[in-house]
Design a protein around this ligand. Structure first.
Ligand code: AMP
Length: 226
């Protein structure tokens, strides 16, 4: 049993889910003049929705909540605030998933207050219904049990953070400081239950070395504990 429930999401699934979401929006007769992507998770779905719904105008707002995979920050905040006039525009605010819902709530309220669109609706590929504080106007999949979705656009970031968490926990519980790549690969599978292309494990280890969290000595990886 993995320690953290994770589902690896493929690019093909993203395209399929975005089609499904676009169809729900079309069936409802909502034709947005502008799509607003929540950075960073909403970028790919928003771009695909522009394509599938035939929308030319694409904007972005950065509403950030989860700074590390499967580990949330205390509260969401709008980064790089700017004000524009969207009066007369029907807008669609898009994100990948609603988990707590705080990022979408914050972006939605900010846009309504400072950008004044004629209408604003929300759309996400997924909606974790038992924990979410809001239900989006449109979603493709309802998730009934919390799980971390490892989206293809955060593969390296997530793998890096997941490996870092293994190393930190093993140090805390067993004072372990020494690893090799194969051991990390095995621990990764044991912890998260997903198999990623091996190059992500290698690149994640390189990233941790660059960040000074690991040191490589003749194929041995040492946790730098300070
Ligand atoms: P939230 O404000 O809790 O609804 O989540 C904000 C953002 O964090 C989402 O748009 C995702 O990019 C990311 N996120 C939160 N929960 C998950 C999850 N269970 N799986 C994958 N990404 C998530």
């Amino acid at each position: 049993m993995p320690r953290i429930p994770v589902k690896l999401v493929t690019w093909d699934e993203i395209v399929e889910w975005s089609w499904g979401l676009a169809e729900k929006i079309m069936d409802d007769g909502y034709i947005p003049d502008v799509i607003i992507a929540i950075a960073r998770g909403g970028y790919v779905p928003a771009r695909l929705l522009c394509d599938f719904l035939g929308v030319e105008n694409l904007l972005s707002i950065q509403s950030q909540h989860w700074t590390e995979a499967a580990k949330k920050d205390e509260r969401a905040l709008i980064k790089f605030e700017y004000h524009i006039n969207l009066s007369g525009y029907k807008a669609l605010l898009v994100d990948d998933i609603i988990d707590t819902g705080e990022s979408v709530i914050l972006a939605r309220d900010f846009i309504k207050k400072y950008w004044s669109p004629k209408e604003l609706r929300t759309a996400t590929l997924q909606w974790i219904s038992p924990v979410a504080k809001i239900k989006p106007d449109y979603y493709y999949l309802e998730v009934k049990e919390w799980i971390w979705f490892q989206y293809p656009w955060t593969r390296l970031e997530d793998v890096t953070q997941f490996i870092k968490r293994i190393i930190e926990t093993e140090f805390k519980n067993n004072a372990r400081v020494q690893w090799n790549e194969k051991e990390l690969e095995e621990a990764f599978y044991e912890w998260y239950g997903i198999t990623v292309d091996k190059k992500y494990i290698t690149k994640a280890i390189n990233m941790l070395i660059r960040k000074g969290i690991l040191r490589s000595e003749n194929g041995i990886l040492r946790y730098v504990t300070q």
